[in-house]
Design a binder for this molecule. Sequence first.
Ligand SMILES: [Zn+2]
Length: 114
Amino acid sequence: MPRYTASCHCGAVKFAFDAQIDELVICNCSLCTKRRAVMVSVPRDSLQILEGHSALSSYRWNTGQAHHHFCSTCGIYTFHQRRIDPAMYSVNAFCIDGLDVSAIPLRHVDGRSR
Ligand SMILES: [Zn+2]
């Protein structure tokens, strides 16, 4: 599986993971709508925070089961642990170094009604 690195805007948070990125996911829940998140699915075990663990803040809402992580300095959403499948993270596709998002198909998921 290819290895990717990613970071927030200010560079305080850097992380890496292994994933097969063959689609991007966009979700219609109220949080994803407001943050305009486009995400990739990453096995939780493979994600490693390289720098800035203490810079990460997290936001919980609704059932509180999902942990939405973002940089406390620049505010950029980095990744979150999913509510429905806690073994997976969703990563902000635009944080990934060198990823050409225009070349990857986009899938819409109905997070609003789940
Ligand atoms: Zn930052």
